[in-house]
Unconditional design. Structure first.
Length: 251
């Protein structure tokens, strides 16, 4: 006979085994304790693994996304042959500004020279040639900076030939990479938190008193049982006798 009492206040469980032989009771108690520890450990491990599985799956997904965004950014740099198109745009703007300054200076010198020389003098022709060359170079740089064309590669990929288009593509890739990095960091934090929560919620069985061997037989109580049987028999006999005399007196 197995009796289990659980105290909800202290969380202590009392296990009592009754058997005909003390060794049998101890073996049954040890078996119950062993199976209880096994069951609690399996439930605890299953709950912990389920909690960690979701967090680990999220980490793996964000890691793949991060590697993909970094690979796309690296491929863009390999194809465009520039680390940061924003810096390239700054250099292009400086170059355009320098060419415009030179062009204004040359036009000013040409105007001054025309007041003193004829149209067909060698110096005037050289200056006009330099102005035309600067204007052509300036036009080319301006088109490359903000009004270039797009070059299609394949069915979906598009490579921008102008600086503004490259900046747009680079900023999109950079934004995706930053978002992937933040998502990966958040998933790592969530995984660590899940590990802490799983460790805090882990259940275990601690045996305060191991199953002991009974020193003397407690059951059955032979004397008490014999007295109870005797008392019950006397009461039954008395009731039957009283009933018999009651029936006989009425007749």
């Amino acid at each position: 006979m197995v009796t289990v009492n659980f105290d909800h206040t202290s969380g202590i469980m009392n296990l009592q085994i009754k058997a005909f032989v003390p060794e049998t009771a101890q073996k049954v108690a040890n078996f119950v304790v062993m199976q209880s520890e096994k069951l609690i450990n399996e439930l605890s491990i299953s709950a912990r693994d389920e909690t960690l599985r979701v967090a680990q799956s999220e980490v793996a997904s964000s890691e793949i996304r991060l590697y993909g965004s970094r690979a796309a950014l690296r491929n863009y740099r390999d194809e465009s042959q520039e680390a940061d198109p924003v810096e390239g745009a700054k250099l292009a703007a400086q170059l355009v500004g320098s060419l415009e300054t030179q062009l204004v200076q040359l036009k000013t010198e040409l105007s001054t020279a025309l007041t003193q020389m004829g149209e067909n003098t060698p110096r005037v022709r050289v200056m006009r040639s330099k102005i035309a060359s600067l204007e052509e170079q300036l036009k080319h740089e301006r088109q490359r900076f903000g009004r270039g064309t797009t070059i299609k590669q394949g069915r979906n990929a598009v490579q921008f030939a102008d600086v503004a288009g490259r900046i747009q593509e680079y900023e999109g890739l950079q934004t995706q990479n930053e978002f992937a990095e933040r998502a990966y960091t958040s998933s790592l934090v969530a995984l660590e938190k899940a590990r802490v929560d799983a460790a805090a919620k882990q259940r275990y069985l601690a045996v305060f008193i191991k199953p002991t061997l009974s020193e003397f037989a407690q059951y059955p109580h032979r004397i008490m049982t014999s007295l109870l049987v005797l008392l019950g028999s006397v009461l039954t006999w008395g009731i039957l006798v009283m009933g018999y005399y009651n029936i006989r007196d009425r007749n």
